[in-house]
Design a protein around this ligand. Structure first.
Ligand SMILES: NC(=O)c1ccc[n+]([C@@H]2O[C@H](COP(=O)([O-])OP(=O)(O)OC[C@H]3O[C@@H](n4cnc5c(N)ncnc54)[C@H](OP(=O)(O)O)[C@@H]3O)[C@@H](O)[C@H]2O)c1
Length: 336
């Protein structure tokens, strides 16, 4: 089978095509899946560019979508021909997070989905939304589930709430879509006026260019008439101060990303005085993925995928496209 492997020293140029042996038939409890698509997450970019050290020869990509080709003894969750989707934390089935859930992340601690075939335990997958293309399905395991957890599970957004989303990447656009589906008003930020117009077309109610308006927290406070209920925070250290300014008293900041840095001084007095809640979030559980898929089918939400498409062979170009920041929404890769 064809695959892409990441070699040392880790870099986009160290992604190389490989011919690997067929993984064979599934054992008890396993499924054999023919993969048709994957998608890029910032996490994959950090792995590929060396921010997360991994083994020499690791197969990258945390997200995979495909079709079950064979099922091993004792597998009742899937049948041959089912369209399936990978799970970011295969061992986190349900319940509260614990240290063990962080292990076995595909493309990071274990081989990922930049390949044509995989044999893995059945619980490493869930069913895919009915009627979706493989490319659409492959956008879900990391970005969509993280946004779902931030907005619905931890954020508990309800009609009338005001939600702020940052930028136009994969997580933020799913967060916008989920927040609108829950009946919220959405304030969207972006570095680009053109992207802001596209966010408006997706339902964003208020738009702020964070390059032109460095104190966008106060602008969001003004637009919301007293502060936002939930900030979906993907910038981290470099944006947290503005997020604290944007939040209403008793508001919530769902801390997901660190695009704008890891460490910064924080206005802790304001954090305390406003009685804000900050929740660190890393993706979600097998159960939450199943619940999100049911919600996607019920609401009709479909992923927003960047117009420039890639294949396994052009995966390095997909990462260069991501690094350019030109993308809008998810970057998809077809696996032939
Ligand atoms: N904790 C988790 O489980 C989890 C899961 C998924 C992702 N993440 C993290 O969430 C972040 C976003 O991931 P992603 O996959 O959605 O990335 P992505 O698709 O590559 O999105 C990047 C976008 O973020 C926006 N951005 C960059 N710097 C910004 C800033 N200073 N302020 C506001 N927006 C900014 C830009 O949008 P514009 O071009 O519109 O400005 C950029 O296009 C990353 O840090 C990633 O590691 C964490």
């Amino acid at each position: 089978m064809k695959a892409i492997r990441l070699h040392h020293p880790q870099s986009i140029d160290a992604l190389r095509a490989a011919e690997l042996p067929d993984p064979g038939e599934p054992g008890p409890g396993e499924v054999r899946v023919r993969l048709h698509a994957t998608s890029l997450n910032y996490h994959d970019y950090v792995v590929v560019t060396g921010g997360i050290p991994t083994l020499d020869g690791r197969i990258p990509m945390s997200d995979g979508a495909g079709v079950v080709e064979a099922v091993g003894a004792g597998v009742s969750a899937f049948n041959v021909g089912d369209s399936v989707i990978s799970v970011f934390f295969p061992d986190w089935r349900d319940g509260r997070p614990g240290e063990m859930v962080q292990g076995h992340v595909p493309g990071d601690h274990a081989d990922g989905f930049a390949r044509q075939l995989v044999v893995a335990p059945a619980h490493h997958f869930t069913r895919a939304p009915k009627g979706w293309s493989h490319v659409e399905v492959a956008t879900l395991p990391c970005a969509a589930l993280t946004a779902w957890r931030a907005v619905v599970v931890e954020g508990q957004v309800k009609p009338g709430d005001i939600v702020l989303v940052q930028g136009s990447g994969g997580v933020s656009i799913f967060a916008l879509q989920f927040a609108k589906a829950m009946g919220a008003t959405v304030i969207a930020t972006s570095s680009s006026g053109e992207k802001l117009e596209r966010l408006k077309a997706l339902g964003a109610d208020h738009l702020i260019n964070y390059r032109d308006t460095p104190n966008w927290g106060m602008a969001a406070m003004a637009a919301s008439g007293g502060g936002v209920d939930l900030v979906v925070e993907v910038g981290g250290a470099g944006t947290m101060g503005q997020s604290i300014a944007a939040a209403r008293f008793g508001g919530h900041i769902a801390l997901i990303g660190v695009l704008a840095g890891h460490v910064a001084p924080l206005p802790t007095t304001i954090l305390m005085m406003k009685q804000l809640r900050v929740t660190g979030i890393t993706v979600g559980t097998h159960r939450q993925q199943r619940e999100m898929i049911r919600a996607l089918e019920a609401t009709g939400i479909r992923p927003v995928i960047d117009a420039t498409r890639f294949t396994l062979e052009t995966l390095p170009d997909a990462f260069r496209h991501q690094a350019s920041g030109a993308h809008f929404g998810k970057i998809a890769v077809e696996i032939g």
